[in-house]
Design a protein around this ligand. Structure first.
Ligand SMILES: [Zn+2]
Ligand SMILES: [Zn+2]
Length: 306
């Protein structure tokens, strides 16, 4: 039972890393406390449930993976994710219970969802397995039908699909560095990235050569992949005058990168300046003020270019 023991050890380690990262973020950005306190329950549940999730992704070896990616297709286009319906529905029940305890708005939304499920107006059994990053209309159509806020339904839904897709993506990509994939779409699910991370890698004698790497993070499946550092993710511009950024000295670890030509932006975290291990859900939640700043300056998030 060594794999069980080691996966339990990994759960404990990941829970601890989550707490640490949350603490570090709240020290720097205390205004997010109430939100973080609630969403920590969601993120903890996702980690704790990993062992219970049932996914049987199609086995993909290195050559098959390369072949698919070389054709410019994300792995979702070539292979079956094998996510089991019962597993999705179990976590759906669990997450609805978590969100019901959140606040009045969330409780009322979950009550509406339950009502629609009872009357047969909404059927998560046929709807959850269809969720893909490029099928946002599934969420907006269902929200309209049920009569709930689209962003609340989207958040509850992604809290269920994310950990499943995360396991699928991990199995498909394994430890591959994905050198054949230089695109700004997620190599696993094809979705747009929601966050970029700058990592400075030291190499050469005594680590004196520092080269920055830009890693994109997918909010749908959690995959991170390296992309060219100075190319616009939306319009492919590589003109040096186009790559601009906003930055404040108060938040040295955060930045908004934008393109002067197409006006798209991406939120950036400097991994060398943060404490703890990056957690995609937590980072997105606690950088919402950057979206407000960027959108005030008439910039458009990358997702919208999708
Ligand atoms: Zn993805
Ligand atoms: Zn651009």
């Amino acid at each position: 039972m060594s794999s069980y023991a080691s996966s339990n050890g990994k759960v404990a380690k990941d829970l601890k890393a989550l707490e640490r990262r949350a603490e570090a973020i709240l020290k720097a950005r205390p205004a997010y406390r109430e939100m973080v306190d609630f969403y920590l329950t969601v993120f903890r549940r996702q980690i704790e449930w990993r062992g219970k999730l049932v996914v049987h992704p199609e086995t993909v070896d290195k050559d098959q993976r390369r072949h698919c990616l070389r054709e410019g297709k994300p792995l979702i286009a070539c292979f079956d994710p094998g996510i089991q319906l019962a597993s999705l529905l179990d976590l759906w029940m669990e997450m609805k219970a978590v969100f019901r305890r959140g606040n009045d708005v969330l409780r009322e939304a979950v009550d509406e969802i339950d009502r629609a499920e009872k009357t047969g107006d909404f059927n998560p059994a046929s709807w959850l397995p269809e969720q893909r990053p490029d099928r946002l209309e599934l969420i907006s159509d269902a929200a309209r039908q049920i009569g709930v806020d689209e962003s609340v339904l989207g958040t509850v839904t992604r809290s269920v699909t994310f950990p499943h897709w995360e396991q699928v993506a991990l199995s498909w990509i394994a430890q591959d560095r994905l050198d054949e994939w230089k695109r700004f779409r997620c190599p696993a699910c094809g979705g747009p990235p929601a966050l970029a991370e700058i990592r400075t890698e030291r190499s050469g004698a005594e680590g004196l050569t520092a080269s920055p790497r830009r890693v994109m993070h997918c909010p749908f499946c959690g995959t991170g992949w390296a992309v060219p550092a100075l190319k616009c993710p939306a319009c492919d511009s590589t003109r040096s005058g186009d790559a601009k950024y906003y930055y404040t000295a108060n938040e040295p670890e955060l930045r908004i990168d934008f393109c002067r030509s197409c006006k798209h932006y991406v939120k950036v975290i400097d991994a060398g300046k943060i404490q703890g291990r990056l957690h995609i859900g937590l980072e997105l939640l606690t950088t919402a003020h950057l979206d407000a700043i960027a959108q005030n300056k008439s910039l458009t998030p990358l997702e919208v270019s999708a």
